[in-house]
Design a binder for this molecule. Structure first.
Ligand code: NAP
Ligand code: SF4
Length: 672
């Protein structure tokens, strides 16, 4: 059988070590680094990925000193006594046949504590703390701290380090005039501004010897008006190579920049062109990243010669066996990262442990255990939305006999999500669960259901109700007017969208509907998308920015309304809410908070807004006013003597999302 991904599984000779494939598990903070007992769990997390075929892992960021910690008490390696806990981690990864590098990350002015330091005392927009400007002595001590952290990492058994020089962290803060206003040998000319970066790499190389990996993460596209020019990026990359880096990884965009770089709406592999552009200028292997989530996409990037290696982080949260499945021609069984950020980044931003929306076992490897069952039960599932699919596949995997009914097809609300621009990745989740249920022998009864009486006759051991939600019907005078439609009919395409639309409800679905209504005006390819966000694919100006973003206003008149006085979309994810709001704002969608709905009639929607009575003259009013649990079957089974479990939206519709639904399904399946 021919190799399915010949470029992906080509080895890479580093001179002193050979990597078996072209994939790096990129750095990602899990939250386990910082909690008591977290290292045992972190060890299990990385060992699982190593066993699944990842051959080179980069850990989450570890600070080389006190000031560089992202938040108080976050991970740091500065003293010999801190080494031992790392040893179990590196040993477990080595036992599984892989290598692991520790990322050294100094937060600089992104630190969320009052001891933040930076080249100049300029506050970042994403931390409440203004940093202290580093003295010349502090800079030298900081370089020493990087070198010491690398030496300690070597002592701890790591195979190398990644020096984090991008995303707007300390090293990057030295490189750009945006944050470096110094007039000494560490500021001013470009040579002076990159001295901090090159000295760290040079001194580290001299300290650790030649046969040890040093990856330098280089900001190839700052996306800042005072960011590096392309010529400076090339100059830096060549200087870093001379200083002794083994490989250069790609960094895209500072964290404070309001241009999406990894969210679901970013086209796949949208930034690999930047790495490709650097290739002719350096001879060390280049690693590319950002929105590469399938083996096909990774293979394509490598086949096109855009990079020597591909870094993926979130895809390994979603599926620890990603590499082995790709290698064994089972890519269709990969649980694909949908780039939602809900389970991972958004949780980390809330100072919670990361996990994954599509894989609740991620970072819970030692707690959420899926084992074969000794007691084989006959279980019937009703409803195959996220909760039902997750339950059915895992319960069947454990050896239970599972029959699953849905009055339509599999997917539930995810079938609607797939139709929203920027959410098409959910199709991968549907594909994954379809395979998982098939592989584990779930008997699917689609387009069918059973009555409570029929269920009693089956003599099953347990019934799982995952019948989801029904849209809420708000009490507004004229709600039965012909102009009023449900979001389900608009998303499904059963009802054509009108030219002037008011959307009642600005939650996740209200935003989805508004985005769908804009779609015809949205970017149709990668370049258009990048230009729409102001990214200059010619890289003529500083930071790779256009003078002005080429956003396209909507020709539809759209109002997005809510009664609360908070910012519309305030409950959306921290890492993605601003993107959704910006898209709608740029397209001219009018978002109104603090609205009182008065009535609906032929004229349109009558509201009171800021004490003023207004008529929104619209042709269509789309209801996105939340959900109610669909518990009819659960209620019918009450008192039947059958063991009934209610999960997902049928259990609790309020603030339901796929993450909670899938987790609830898997947790029940793990214990039933
Ligand atoms: P939701 O987020 O709870 O929003 C419901 C909206 O309807 C709110 O804006 C609410 O605002 C309004 N509303 C509630 N009761 C109303 C009433 N009686 N009359 C008029 N308006 C009313 O629910 P959803 O939009 O249906 O989304 C369901 C779940 O799916 C959400 O929890 C969300 O997390 C998830 N989801 C997430 C995303 C995402 O991008 N992360 C996308 C889609 C769905 P007021 O009460 O202020 O009017
Ligand atoms: Fe990917 Fe979403 Fe899982 Fe994060 S939570 S790893 S973005 S699927």
């Amino acid at each position: 059988m021919s190799e399915p991904y010949p470029n992906l599984f080509k080895s890479l000779d580093l001179g002193f070590a050979t990597l078996e494939n072209r994939v790096i598990m990129g750095s990602m903070h899990t939250g386990l680094e910082d909690i008591r007992g977290g290292f045992e769990r972190l060890t299990a997390f990385y060992a699982d990925r190593a066993r699944g075929g990842v051959k080179l892992i980069v850990t989450g960021g570890t600070s080389p000193d006190f000031c560089g910690q992202l938040v108080p008490f976050s991970s740091r390696l500065s003293f010999s006594w801190q080494v031992s806990k790392h040893r179990q981690l590196t040993a477990a990864v080595h036992d599984a046949g892989s290598r692991i590098c520790m990322q050294i990350l100094h937060a600089g002015r992104y630190a969320m504590h009052p001891f933040a330091i930076a080249p100049s005392a300029i506050k970042s927009p994403i931390s409440p703390f203004k940093p202290r400007a580093m003295s010349a002595g502090a800079i030298k001590r900081c370089i020493n701290a990087y070198v010491k952290a690398a030496l300690l990492a070597k002592k701890a058994g790591y195979d190398g380090v990644e020096i984090m020089g991008s995303e707007g962290y300390l090293i990057n803060q030295f490189i750009c005039t945006h944050t470096n206003k110094r007039e000494d040998q560490w500021g001013g000319s470009f040579d002076n501004r990159i001295r901090f970066a090159t000295q760290i790499v040079d001194r580290t190389r001299k300290a650790v010897g030649n046969d040890w990996i040093i990856i330098y993460r280089l900001s190839m596209l700052d996306l800042l008006t005072e960011g590096s020019s392309w010529e400076e990026v090339v100059q830096l990359a060549q200087a870093i190579e001379r200083a002794g880096a083994t490989m250069i990884n790609t960094g895209i965009g500072w964290h404070e920049v309001r241009i999406p770089t990894i969210a679901a709406m970013v086209p796949r592999a949208a930034f690999t062109w930047v790495t490709a552009r650097l290739k002719p200028s350096v001879s060390v292997p280049l690693i590319t990243s950002n929105r590469i989530n399938t083996p096909e996409q990774a293979e394509q990037v490598l086949a096109d010669g855009e990079a020597d290696m591909v870094s993926m982080a979130r895809p390994f949260l979603a599926d620890a066996q990603f590499i082995d499945k790709a290698k064994n021609s089972e890519a269709s069984r990969i649980n694909t990262c949908i780039a939602c950020n809900q389970g991972c980044l958004d949780r980390v931003f809330r100072k919670q442990r990361a996990t994954c929306l599509v894989n609740p076992r991620a970072c819970y490897e030692t707690e959420l255990i899926i084992e074969e069952t000794n007691i084989h039960k006959k279980i019937i599932v009703f409803g195959l939305g996220p909760a039902g699919m997750a339950f059915a596949s895992v319960a069947a995997e454990r050896g239970h006999a599972v029959t699953a009914y849905d009055i339509a097809d599999i997917g539930g609300q995810l079938r609607l999500a797939v139709k929203i621009p920027g959410k098409q990745e959910f199709a991968e989740t549907l594909r994954y669960f379809r395979h998982a249920m098939e592989d584990h022998g779930v008997v699917l009864k689609l387009g069918q259901s059973l009555s409570a009486r029929q269920i009693r006759a089956t003599e099953c051991d347990a019934v799982v109700i995952a019948t989801g939600v029904t849209p809420r019907m708000p009490q507004i005078d004229g709600i039965d007017h012909r102009k009023v439609v449900s979001y389900v009919d608009i998303i499904d395409g059963k009802v054509a969208a009108a030219e002037r639309v008011a959307i009642i409800g600005a939650g996740g679905i209200g935003f989805d509907v508004a985005t769908l209504l804009l779609d015809q005006h949205q970017a149709k390819n990668k370049a258009q998308w990048l230009h729409g966000w102001g990214v200059d694919t010619e890289y003529d100006g500083r930071g790779g920015l256009l003078d002005q973003a080429e956003a396209v206003p909507s020709q539809r008149r759209i109002y997005l309304l809510q009664r609360k006085h908070t910012k519309p979309g305030a409950a959306l994810g921290k890492s993605t809410g601003w993107i959704h709001r910006t898209v709608l704002k740029n397209a001219g969608v009018q978002m109104l908070s603090g609205v009182k709905y008065e009535r609906i009639d032929d004229q349109g929607l009558h509201i009171t807004h800021r004490g003023e009575v207004r008529v929104l003259e619209v042709d269509q009013i789309v209801l996105c006013a939340g959900q109610e649990p669909n518990r009819t079957l659960a209620d019918d089974l009450q008192g039947s003597g059958i063991l009934v479990h209610v999960i997902g939206g049928a259990d609790k519709a309020l603030e339901l999302d796929a993450e909670r639904a899938i987790r609830q399904g898997v947790e029940l399946a793990a214990t039933i």
